[in-house]
Design a protein around this ligand. Sequence first.
Ligand code: ADP
Ligand code: MG
Length: 380
Amino acid sequence: MILPPATLGMLGGGQLGRFFVNAAHELGYKVWVLDPDANSPAGQIAERQFCVDYDDYAALDEFARGCAAITTEFENVPAATLDYLAKFVPVRPAAAAVAICQNRIAEKSFLRDNDFPHGPFATIRSEEDIDVASAALFPAILKVARFGYDGKGQAIVNNREEARLAFGHFKHESCVLEQRLTLDYEISVVLTRDESGNARCFPTGENRHSKGILDVSIVPARTSACVASDAEDVATRIAEKLGYVGTMGVEFFVSRGQLIVNEMAPRPHNSGHYTIDACVTNQFEQQVRALCGLPLGDPRAHSAAVMVNLLGDLWYDGEHYREPDWSRLHAIGNLKLHLYGKHHARPGRKMGHFTVIGEDAARVQEAALAARAAIGIGHE
Ligand code: ADP
Ligand code: MG
């Protein structure tokens, strides 16, 4: 067991890292953050920040010397960096698991090879791959294999011609071509798995997206207990197969009543932010616990919850840049506001979120959607 006042290492300095730092501090640990951005949300509140690139090996040496264990909040940390650090200190999750989740081709192949439910897809490495892809995939979505997030690096393609155009647009980078599914709704399971293989799932959430970005998470998900428990079972088996240690998110589609894995995130997940205010233990404390070998906490929700993301668009009133009127949110009972300390708001950038909690799920939804409108978020 790694006990306080040990120093923990965090690769990546975004909001997920910032919440990890908060959780680690609460438990008495110190945290060093490594992120190329000098103003990163997590770096601002950590004991020390390394403003270097992920492949600066001299800096990685120093980082590893000072940390008792290292984790990540950013799925695109090079797997080679994780492997390198693991020579010196425990790194959780391991490079092999992260490498699968950070590449859509590896991820989809993992799902297929291990018989996890997934949608029809083809691997696209060349124009010829588009020519021979099954016609049944169209209408489809072409997604770059690496570095896509929040709907970036994706194009809806109705036929082969559009797929070729989009592939050119993506500079012929390797892609997956996925059948565009009819979605009944989307859900996700956030879970934490420890070194001995114990896994604890947080309650399944229902996710609504707007322009490819998570907009609202509703917990409990408005789905049957059977679908929710199937999703937990699939997510747990995925974590086992990956040999995963830490907190991860598994996104699912429910399409024509069928549960389908969309993608995995090797880190805490935006749809798990509700756990901060609505669960006995939150997803970041669980990440600290798994990293340090402490027993996992109780993931039970004590309240119904609705989380709403606050994107940079809110800072723009037409051309005019201004701070949103937070007093409108503070006027609402049982609403917890979280702002990430990012210095500049850009449209589509995740700047914060709020969670409304309460006993009655229907009332919580109503209050959260009213708050969402009151702060000025338009229709989905
Ligand atoms: P990201 O890494 O940006 O989250 P996703 O693959 O999860 O990428 O896609 C973002 C959103 O786009 C999904 O949550 C879903 O709403 C929609 N989407 C993605 N793939 C499909 C698909 N094959 N069929 C239908 N909708 C999809
Ligand atoms: Mg996604």
